[in-house]
Design a protein around this ligand. Structure first.
Ligand SMILES: [Zn+2]
Length: 440
């Protein structure tokens, strides 16, 4: 099926009108299936007096089907005692995989797959990694975080290409983790994927090891996930590894898998397999193209947990104009989690806005930092707690300079509070970049 740079050229270059036709057919089917087989969706539809027959157009789907949040499943779980919150659509005997979310925004939720669901995920993965240049007999060196959601769909996709997968768990002891770059060299890896925090650690290690282009000439590309890939982080990583570094985003509960393509102009999603929209975080209403909104997914052909309009709580922008790579499907630029942004005056500041600037100064580059978010929004000032590069001598001068420059560039009153790096908590593969406080 592979052709040139495309794993599935026909679908990846499908004209947008045909994508829309296919989506309507598949949306109707998943609405019907979810309604018939889950008490969670049936309950929601009945409450607002909507039936699957009412969904005749894509607009009907967006206007009539309520969006859902992870908290809805948690509430249903508490109310009913059902571990799946009424969202399981198949008998438990049909499940082939169970895992849990990372719990970034609250109690982790359980998510499960049938064999077919793993296939749906792996089709998204195989198109993406083939586009990045992974080929038969290549070696993939993947560090996973212990949440296991990476294992099956990626393994399946790598097998389809005929490459080999080596998975290293980052819950190993630190002395093992710091040996991973040596392992990459020994096995002549072609693709390295890891989480943002580990990439940051390895950037420091490999920059001391020497020129990675010479030490590891087999490496074609790296990719990362877990947190935003800010411009300074990407630039530094590419300099350290000598290859392109791509961003990846997945929502484990939703079987959504997206990577950037070599154009690095947003993460690609395959809309013959899923419906992507951005909604207003307050009203849940769909926003127009190129407007900021909560990225919301409905994946077709899902058997185990057929969620409809799942809000990821990641704020982003959707672009639908064709990419220079030739793919016709939508791309997203993620700005940061909704819970991790602050509103100062009438302006929303996302983590990406902060990190792109903060990590561009030598005094604070790649230092642990936190955005202070007050429970009541908006707040009057942008407050950033950050550590300084250990070599900075005049701390006050550095603070003043950054405060002034960031304030000017963002157009907002900005306060920099200096902290020790140990004050920023690390949860699994993520740094806690937001500190919530009661009131100003
Ligand atoms: Zn592209």
């Amino acid at each position: 099926m592979a052709n040139g740079e495309f794993w599935n050229q026909k679908m990846e270059k499908l004209p947008r009108e045909e994508i829309k036709e296919l989506q309507l057919k598949r949306l109707k089917a998943i609405v019907r299936y979810s309604y018939d087989n889950t008490s969670f969706q049936r309950g929601k539809f009945k409450k607002i007096g909507v039936t699957p027959e009412d969904i005749k157009t894509i607009e009907d789907f967006q206007n009539k089907v309520p969006t859902m949040l992870k908290d809805d499943i948690r509430s249903e779980r508490s109310a009913t005692g059902d571990l799946y919150g009424g969202s399981l659509a198949v008998p438990k005997e049909r499940l082939s995989f169970m895992s849990r979310s990372t719990g970034t925004t609250g109690l982790p939720t359980l998510f499960v797959d049938t064999e077919k669901d793993i296939e749906t995920s792996s089709e998204q993965v195989v198109r993406a990694i083939y586009a990045l240049g992974l080929r038969k007999n290549d070696i993939c060196f993947l560090t996973e975080t212990g949440y296991l959601c990476w294992e099956l769909p990626v393994k399946r996709a790598v097998e389809k290409i005929g490459a080999k997968q080596l998975v290293f768990n980052t819950f190993f002891l630190e002395e093992h983790i710091i040996n991973f770059p040596n392992w990459l060299i020994k096995v002549k890896a072609n693709w390295f994927h890891t989480g943002t925090r580990i990439l940051h650690l390895y950037n420091q290690l490999v920059s001391l090891m020497g020129n990675m282009k010479e030490l590891l000439p087999s490496l074609k590309f790296c990719s990362q996930s877990g947190d935003i890939l800010s411009d300074p982080m990407r630039n530094r990583s590419e300099k350290c590894w000598g290859v392109p570094v791509y961003d990846h985003n997945s929502v484990s509960e939703m079987h959504t898998w997206g990577w950037e393509c070599p154009e690095k102009d947003g993460i690609h999603w395959y809309e013959d397999l899923l419906f992507l929209e951005a909604v207003d975080p307050q009203t849940g209403e769909s926003v127009g193209p190129s407007e900021e909104g909560d990225l919301t997914f409905t994946v077709f052909d899902i058997e185990a947990q057929p969620h409809l309009r799942w809000r990821t709580e990641d704020i982003g922008i959707i672009k639908t104009e064709p990419c220079n790579c030739g793919r016709t499907h939508a791309r997203t630029q993620v700005l940061g989690r909704e819970a991790f942004s602050v509103i100062v005056g009438d302006k929303t500041v996302h983590l990406r806005d902060v990190e792109d600037l903060l990590w561009s100064y030598p005094e604070t580059s790649f230092q642990p930092y936190q955005l202070v978010r007050y429970k009541t929004q908006p707040q009057s000032k942008l407050i950033i707690r950050t550590a300084l590069t250990p070599t900075v001598e005049d701390k006050q001068a550095a603070k003043n300079k950054i405060e002034e420059d960031m304030g000017k560039k963002l157009g907002l009153p900005t306060i920099i509070n200096l902290i020790d790096e140990s004050e920023v908590r690390v949860m699994g593969h993520k740094m806690q970049k937001v500190l919530v406080k009661d009131k100003e």
